[in-house]
Every structure is written in C-alpha cells, then in structure tokens.
Design a protein around this ligand. Structure first.
Ligand SMILES: Nc1nc2c(c(=O)[nH]1)N[C@H]1C(S)=C(S)[C@@H](COP(=O)(O)OP(=O)(O)OC[C@H]3O[C@@H](n4cnc5c(=O)[nH]c(N)nc54)[C@H](O)[C@@H]3O)O[C@H]1N2
Ligand SMILES: Nc1nc2c(c(=O)[nH]1)N[C@H]1C(S)=C(S)[C@@H](COP(=O)(O)OP(=O)(O)OC[C@H]3O[C@@H](n4cnc5c(=O)[nH]c(N)nc54)[C@H](O)[C@@H]3O)O[C@H]1N2
Ligand code: SF4
Ligand SMILES: [Mo]
Length: 753
C-alpha cells in the first residue's frame, strides 16, 4: 500500500539570480513510516517547480530555476551537523561532527581570545547578496554590535560596487533599475553593454522583443554571446571592442551626440549640472581615434550614436523610450566606475532618465539589491546610509539601542580584506585573524584565488555557514549547517528595487539552523545586551525603523501588503511624498499582472536624489592601460547558462552538471591555429598568478585577441587562479574581465594530472 500522499502549493521566488522569477512549488509529502534515501531525517518531499505569472518572468524559468528544488530534497552531501576540523596522528585534516552547543561555545571562546589579543578589528565578517534582507541586516548589526568590528564586507563588492558608486555619484542614489523592468517592453532602442542576459537571465529576453522588432537592440561584447546573437537578422547590431575598450567607446558615442546636436538642451539646463565639464572630456574621443583604441569601427560608432540620438529625439516628442543598460562585462574592470558613469552620462545628455527610458545596471545575485543597501558593506549602514555620517549613525544607534560612538567606522573592502587576512609582517599581524563567512565561496570566486586560499589557511579561526560543503567551507575550523531558500521566511529585493516575499515551503533537515538563530546565540555568548530577534518578521519591523527617512526607505512596506499581492518598490516612506497607491487619482497604478503598486516604481521623474535635485555630470578621463604583450591574449571571464556563480549549488544538480561538467576556454579558430590548440583538447592558460587547465572550445564569434572561461569551477579549473588583485580606485571592485595571459596545449603529464 503506498503511503498517503498530500500535495500542496507554495508561491515563492527562485533561489538564484536577481530577476527573482516567480515560481510555484508543488510539494508532495508521504508522511508515515517513509525513510529517506540516506536514512537521516524525515522523508524528502517530492517537489516540482513551475514558473508563475509575474511581470518579470511571465511564467518562464531558466534551467537553473526549474531544477532548483532538487537541492531541497534530502541528499547525501547536505550538511546536517556542525563540523569541527581536526588533524589526526598522521597529520591528515578532517572534520568531526559536533553539537550546536559545542560548536557555538568554541567559536565564541576563540573570537573572545582573538579579539583580546589583537583587538576587535582582528575579526572579519563576509556576507553575501544571496542572503535575505533580514539576514543581511542582522549580519551587519551582529558585526558592528556583537563583535564591535569595522571589518565587514561582502561579495557584492565583486558584483555591484562600481555601478552603485557611479549611480550614487551621478543620480544621488543607487537603485539598479530605477524603473520597472516591464518599461523596457515599449523600447525602440536598447544599448546593452557587457551583459549576456540570454544566458544569465533567460526570461529577461522577452523584454527586449520590442527593441528587437524595431531593429534597435545594440549589444557590446567582445564575444558573439547568446545575447549578441539576438541582434541577428535585422534585430540590431553587435559590436565587439577589446576588453577594457568600453569607456572610450562610450565617450566617443557622447562625442558624436554633442557634435551632431542630439543632446537635450532643455533637460540638461533644468535637471543636470556639470554638462560642460563632461562635454569637454569627450572632445578628445572623436570616432576615428576611438576606433584605434577599441577596435570598433568609426562608422559603427557614428551609426550607434545616431540611432540613439534620433530615438531620443523621438522619445522627447512622445515616441518609444530608449534604454542604456550595463552588466558585469563593463563593470568588472579597473575603470568600471568611470565606465558606468559614462553610460549614465550618455543617458543624461539624451534626456532619458525619469520618463523617456534611462540608465540601469542589471543587478546579479538574488538579493544583490537588498544586499547592497541593508548594511553589510564596509562603508554603509542600513537604508543606504553612510557609516561616516553623524546623523545616519545616530539614527541607527537609536534603533540598535547602542551609543553612536560605539558603532565602528568604515572597514576594509572585500578584495583587500581577503588579500591581507592571515598575513604577518615583521611588525606583527597585517590583516584580520578570524573570518566568519555567510553566503560566499571566496576560495573560488575571489580574484587571485590561490592567494585567498593560502590566506584562509593562515587564519586563527575560519567559520563558514553554508548548506553544502563549499571549497571555502572545506578550509574552515568550524562549519555551520544553515537553511536554504525554501526552508525559511524572508524578503528579497529584486533588480528593479521591488520587495518580494520568500516563503518557507518545506521543513529544514534536522541539525541545520537559521542564521538569525546563530547570530542571536553567538551574541548572547559574547555578552551582547542588544537583542537579536530570530523571527524574520520581527527583523523586518526593525528594518522598517532603521530605513525610515533614508534613501532606501522601506518604512511603509509590510509583509502583510506583500503577502496580499501588492508590488512594493522602494522608496516607500511613511512620510513625505505620497506613494503611487495613495497619491494617484483614479486609484493605484497596477503592474502588468494587475497587482496594485505601492512605493516608487519609477524614480527621478521630477528630481534626482542630490540635494539640489540635479544629476551631477563631470569630466571622465580614461587612465590608459598597458597593451598585452606580443605573445599574450586577454583573458576574460563570466557565466554559462547552466551554472550559478562558484557552482556550489548547480554543480550538485545532475542535469546541470552533465551540461557543463568541466571548465572550458573559448578560443577563436585562428588563435587556436596560432597556438597549436585543438578543439576539445586541453589547454593551459597561464600568467604570473597561476595556471588554469581547461578544455578548448572553438568559436569564431570571439575576438582573436581574447579568450573566455566561466568561473563556475574550483580546484585546477578555477578561472580566478589567473585574475589579479587589481581593483577600481573608486569602488574597490576587482578586475575580473581583463587579464593578460599566455595559452598553450597541455602536456601529456598535465592532461593526465
Ligand atoms: N547562469 C547564470 N546566471 C547568472 C549568474 C551565474 O553565475 N550564472 N550570476 C548572477 C550574477 S551574481 C551576476 S553579477 C549576473 C552577471 O550577468 P552578466 O553581466 O550578463 O554576466 P557575465 O557573463 O559575467 O558577463 C556578461 C558578458 O560580458 C562580456 N564581457 C567580458 N569582458 C567584457 C568587456 O571588457 N567589455 C564588454 N562590453 N563585455 C565584456 C562577456 O563576454 C559576457 O558575455 O548574472 C546573474 N545570473
Ligand atoms: N573570474 C570571475 N570571478 C567572479 C565573477 C566573474 O564574472 N568572473 N563574478 C563575481 C560576482 S558578480 C559574484 S556575485 C561573485 C559570486 O561568487 P560567490 O560569492 O562565491 O557566490 P556563490 O557561488 O553564490 O556562493 C554562495 C555560497 O553561499 C551558499 N549560500 C547560498 N545562500 C546562502 C545563505 O542564505 N546563507 C549561507 N550561509 N550560505 C548561502 C552557497 O551554497 C554557496 O556556497 O563572484 C565573483 N567572481
Ligand atoms: S533567470 Fe534567474 S531568477 Fe529566473 S529562473 Fe533563472 S536563475 Fe532563477
Ligand atoms: Mo554578481
């Protein structure tokens, strides 16, 4: 007799990227007497996933989303107990299972003694854009209040910091898309720089259909990516500058727009400052000069500028909107902030932001937006508040119930934190001595990963919270098993600044604990008088108070409204400007699926976020870069459709693993001939940092001077063995997309290793 089955449905959002596609989980549970595959814990539910009706994904999911529930089912490699590292008599390192009591006591003891010996800032905390808003907020508070350390930063430093910095400087505020994603549908022209949405957010592509049908999708990428392919057959244009050429390309586009009179003089006079300064800095970049620097033809530069310019002129008279969007391809560079600034400046001189289209950056991680505004960045407090502003500090101190002076100042940005941790000089320890990691696999995803691995091993204490043993967790002194997306409640903020409810759908495996509970337990052991609520709804109430009056204001949002199908876009203040819900004659504005909108779906419609209400342009001058040597190629990195980030989740899904089981290097056929490489043979890519062994994939769509690998693999297949620790001076974002390397066939010995 089969056990009695019950099936129920839970509506939630995908665990992976910032598009946060809506999905329905259908959960079938067999209660009585069923045993799990591995004998540990209750029967695993069968879960199927279906895309749900929602404005951004409209029922569609990518392959990662549709297989996401496989990781919720009981699996042999799911972490089920805290682990403490031990070395046996032969010197072999291993883990033993420990109780929560023992693991947390041990961590608290070690933290206390490390801080007593080396000071409070000797302990670092590393967070993530994968954490819910509630966990992000609690992590920042835990670091500053319970540990009293300034040293907290997160993986969004690798992802969003350049575009965030540029938006903050030019617009006065950073919301990835300052308009709903569905506004793109009406566009006649979209300039998409360094983003491969067709692989990184497949359901997004439907919002490019409008521009494609009008021949207006322009993709800038050194590869003919899946997205660049969307420009074929009259749908638009693909241009392929050499990596690092984007800034000059953008300045050259601006040069043509100024020269040929396409700029919006009225808009600039009323809403923008610094135009003349910006114009002067573009004067040196006439198309022929830019052609020599970027490899994009002067004719193509003029063509793109005229297309943008004439479309913007039509938009001024009620025509279709025009958008300029950037992704990691142009942002993960030493000049990523300047490049994002140039893209925003281009949108401004055309008069686009605030109604006729505009600029947006495509946020990457599931909670990449909430992650960068709720206080885990080294220089930030919740609400996009500044950690150096006395009024911001006072507001947060009041909410936390601590003295303003007790809140530490700015800490060290991620790359520098990881590259100095555990190191010593003659004068003593250089960087932090202990690190707590929540939601990142830095041993794979940080630049110059062999240095990061070496430094992780030199720490006095490494604690990693994860649900699977990542390459980083494998190095830990203590591993803490935590909950996955559908095992806990919370909120996420998507790439369009929209708050979403993430719902608990299944019970977590016994032995794992929520991170909110871990923070509360550690804080108690460290003797912190301040409360750390363990209920996410309670934390959300605190977030509302902490962000009240800040630029990322969540104060009028509530879980009840989100639960009853309201679409909440921040800022949604309790005071000040009325929300779209209450302020519109004729009732609330609705999303394309009929949900009433609360908060601010479109920003900058009447003013920018600087005190004078104007957007702030200024001059941008490329700093110049050394050209690669004669035998060198430019190594750039990025993503495959089937894997997510460091691959710690997707490499465990059989179908995704089978689609891409090992690291590849994409090479132009002419380059392969030049260097003696054969298709599907193994190549060694190397430089002073290290060497990567990868399977060769020939592709005539990539520039001959450039090669590409995904960064989803660890060990000898980690692309970050080659990337350097170079960072953008303004944002401290690392350069993942422009590394000089050499390439050669692997020797028989290397191939066998
Ligand atoms: N499948 C999948 N989807 C994801 C993720 C994932 O890991 N896997 N991660 C999520 C996250 S966190 C992020 S940040 C986003 C990232 O999303 P994207 O920004 O779309 O991702 P990337 O593949 O890193 O880079 C995009 C493109 O930039 C190009 N590129 C490389 N160098 C340059 C350059 O110098 N100039 C220009 N113009 N282009 C260049 C690459 O060839 C690539 O096609 O994706 C999110 N979605
Ligand atoms: N060469 C190269 N390197 C890159 C990039 C690139 O384009 N090229 N892109 C960069 C970018 S944009 C990003 S965003 C980073 C991402 O790289 P990582 O920061 O390494 O991100 P993930 O692989 O998503 O790591 C998340 C880890 O946390 C776990 N996890 C997921 N959710 C939670 C949670 O709620 N709590 C806890 N405790 N753990 C959780 C997962 O199992 C996984 O082990 O990589 C960067 N590195
Ligand atoms: S596009 Fe992103 S959010 Fe949507 S299903 Fe794929 S990974 Fe999930
Ligand atoms: Mo990212």
């Amino acid at each position: 007799m089969p056990a009695h089955k019950t099936t129920r449905e839970v509506g939630t959002h995908c665990p992976y990227c910032a598009l946060q596609c809506a999905m329905t989980l259908q959960i079938t549970e067999r209660p009585n007497g069923a045993v799990t595959v591995d004998g540990a814990g209750p029967a695993s539910p069968e879960i199927t996933v279906q895309g749900a009706e929602f404005p951004t994904n409209r029922g569609r999911l990518c392959r990662k989303g549709s297989t996401a529930a496989e990781l919720l089912s009981s699996r042999h490699d799911r972490l089920r107990s805290p682990l403490i590292a031990e070395t046996d008599d032969e010197g072999e390192r291993g883990f033993r299972e420990a109780s929560w009591e023992e693991a947390l006591d041990h961590i608290a003891d070690r933290l206390r003694s490390i801080q007593a010996a080396h000071g409070r800032d000797a302990v670092g905390v590393f967070g993530s854009g994968s954490l819910t808003n509630e966990k992000t907020y609690a992590l920042g508070k835990f670091a500053r209040v319970a540990l009293g350390t300034a040293q907290i930063d997160y993986n969004g430093r690798f992802c969003m910091s350049s575009a965030a910095k540029a938006s903050t400087e030019v617009f006065g505020l950073d919301r990835g898309l300052p308009f709903p994603l569905t506004d793109l549908d009406a566009a006649c022209t979209v300039l998409l720089l360094g983003s491969n949405v067709a692989d990184t957010m497949p359901p997004f592509v439907q919002h490019l259909e409008g521009a494609r049908s009008k021949g207006g999708l322009i993709v800038v990428d050194p590869r003919r990516s899946t997205t660049a392919e969307l420009t074929a057959e009259g749908a638009g244009l693909h241009v392929a500058p050499a990596p690092g050429g984007d800034l000059v390309l953008l300045l050259a586009l601006a040069n043509v727009l100024f020269e040929e009179g396409y700029t919006d003089q009225r808009y600039l006079a009323q809403r923008v400052s610094g135009t003349e300064e910006f114009r002067r800095s573009t004067a040196a970049w006439w198309p022929e000069r830019a052609q020599a620097a970027t490899g994009v033809g002067a004719d193509q530069i003029r063509f793109i500028a005229r297309r943008l310019g004439s479309a913007a002129v039509r938009a001024r008279h009620g025509g279709d909107p025009v958008f300029i969007l950037t992704g990691r391809g142009v942002e993960q560079h030493r000049d990523g902030t300047d490049t994002a600034r140039a893209a925003i400046s281009l949108a401004l001189i055309l008069g686009l932001p605030g109604g006729r289209g505009g600029y947006g950056t495509l946020t990457g991680q599931g909670n990449g937006q909430g992650g960068r505004e709720l206080g885990q960045k080294s220089d930030q407090l919740p609400g996009l508040r500044s950690i150096t502003s006395p009024t911001d500090r006072a507001h947060i101190a009041e909410v936390w119930g601590v003295a303003p002076d007790s809140i530490p100042g700015p800490g060290t940005p991620a790359t520098q934190l990881l590259h100095t941790m555990g190191t010593r000089t003659e004068k003593g320890p250089e960087g932090i001595r202990a690190l707590l990691v929540h939601g990142s696999n830095v041993a794979v995803s940080a630049p110059d990963s062999s240095r990061v691995l070496q430094n992780l091993r030199a720490l006095d204490l490494l604690v990693v919270a994860d649900f699977f043993l990542s390459e980083t967790a494998a190095e830990a002194d203590v591993v803490l098993p935590v909950l996955q997306w559908a095992e806990e409640e919370g909120t996420m903020t998507s790439l369009e600044g929209r708050l979403l409810r993430r719902r608990r759908a299944v019970d977590p495996p016994p032995g794992s604990r929520s991170e909110l509970w871990i923070f509360a337990e550690l804080a108690r052991r460290l003797g912190t008088p301040t409360g750390f609520p363990t209920d996410p709804a309670e934390v959300f109430e605190e977030i509302r108070r902490a962000t009240a009056g800040a630029s990322a204001d969540y104060s009028a949002m509530s879980w009840e409204l989100l639960d009853t199908g309201h679409a909440g876009y921040w800022p949604h203040p309790t005071t000040g400007e009325p929300s779209a819900d209450t302020g519109r004659p004729g009732g609330p504005e609705l999303t394309s699926t009929g949900e009433p909108i609360i908060g601010t779906p479109r920003m900058f419609t009447s003013r920018f976020a600087h005190p004078d209400g104007r957007a702030a342009l200024r001059g941008i001058r490329p700093r110049g870069q050394a050209a690669p040597g004669a035998a060198e190629l430019t190594f750039t990195t990025g993503r495959l459709m089937e894997h997510y980030q460091s691959g710690n989740q997707t490499r465990r899904v059989p179908a995704l693993d089978a689609a891409h089981p090992q690291v590849t290097v994409q090479v132009h056929p002419a380059t392969a001939r030049q260097f003696g490489l054969t298709e599907h043979g193994l190549a060694v890519v190397e430089n002073a940092q290290g060497a990567l062994t990868a399977k060769v994939v020939l592709d005539a769509g990539i520039r001959a001077d450039t090669i590409f690998s995904p960064f989803h693999f660890g060990g000898r297949g980690a692309a970050n063995l080659l990337t350097r620790g170079l960072t953008d001076p303004d944002s401290k974002m690392p350069e993942f997309k422009n590394t000089p390397v050499r390439i050669r066939p692997a020797t028989a010995l290397e191939a066998a290793a």
